[in-house]
Design a protein around this ligand. Structure first.
Ligand code: GRG
Length: 286
């Protein structure tokens, strides 16, 4: 039997392929570049959206446009992050990055098109027709947390910090914005699409914040090859050391579990969210 994670990923992959289906051949190159970059990845953010919406009473199939939207933003951010003017990475998701495969200008435009398409997919969905207020709320969550007060702002701070070692509190802000904001958006969009009440949104938000913090620390742990000299300047491991990084990742996972406990006390089934935290631990221990 498929785990819920594999099942959600399959749903998202298939819906993403449909959302990026385009018959017109006039601008085939940009559709090819969008599909090349957006059809892949672990889909953790989309899974969070689907699972939170389901916990609060929605059918996953109805919520897929929201999961597609957050994964479009994820794909755009990775394309732009890989560009020579940013991180200058040649490999993404195990294959040549978008600009290597399609050229810099097409990669820039593919990212732009994925960013705008995210909002097109939500606003034209059946769910938005049925629940326009919820859709507006979700669009507000995604556009604000992906923008200058969220992910883009985090990327700016990260670029500024590239040449100097930053203090631990600055690093925490960079991680909260660059990585945490989109994870928070994924969770809160699920809550918004389901019309979850404020108290439930707050508990879910706390889960998202600690999930995002643990996710980024673990990503830095996975990048660490045991050598502090060659380690990225502003990696969590370089600033805090390997041992503390592992301890802090566990502390965030424990804090995320506290909000799950509160949600389960209110009668919600939180097993899948526990499993997602276990998934992070397994990834860290690989
Ligand atoms: C360019 C506006 C702009 C933002 C870039 C996302 C991002 C901000 C930079 C990517 C570089 C990076 C390592 C960010 C940390 C977050 C992270 C580990 C992203 C990769 O997420 P995964 O592992 O990727 O979930 P998949 O491929 O599974 O979607």
């Amino acid at each position: 039997m498929l785990s819920f994670l594999e099942n959600d990923k399959m749903l998202i992959d298939s819906a993403m392929s449909t959302a990026l289906d385009e018959k017109s051949s006039e601008y085939k190159i940009i559709v090819d570049a969008m599909r090349y970059s957006a059809l892949g990845g672990k889909r953790l953010r989309g899974v969070l959206t689907l699972e939170f919406a389901e916990m609060f009473g929605c059918k996953k199939e109805e919520i897929l446009p929201y999961a597609i939207a957050v994964e479009c933003i994820q794909a755009y951010s990775l394309i732009h992050d890989d560009l020579p003017c940013m991180d200058d990475d040649d490999i993404r998701r195990g294959k040549p990055s978008c600009h290597v495969a399609f050229g810099e200008a097409n990669a820039l435009l593919a990212g732009d098109a994925l960013l705008t398409h995210a909002f097109c997919v939500i606003s034209k969905s059946e769910h938005a027709k049925k629940h326009p207020e919820r859709a507006m709320n979700a669009i507000h969550i995604l556009s604000s947390l992906a923008g200058f007060r969220g992910m883009v702002g985090g990327q700016v701070l990260d670029l500024e910090a590239a040449e100097k070692e930053v203090k631990s509190d600055t690093l925490a802000v960079i991680h909260r914005l660059k990585t945490g904001a989109l994870i928070k958006a994924s969770v809160l969009m699920g809550c918004a699409a389901a019309g979850a009440e404020e108290k439930l949104c707050k508990l879910s938000e706390k889960y998202a914040e600690h999930f995002g913090a643990a996710f980024q620390i673990i990503d830095d742990i996975l990048d660490f090859d045991g050598n502090y000299e060659t380690c990225e300047l502003n990696s969590y491991v370089k600033i805090h050391g390997y041992e503390k990084s592992v301890t802090d990742a566990h502390a965030h996972i424990d804090s995320a579990k506290e909000s799950l406990y509160a949600l389960s006390e209110l009668g919600f089934c939180t097993n899948h969210f526990e499993e997602l935290l276990e998934y992070l631990i397994i990834r860290m221990n690989k």
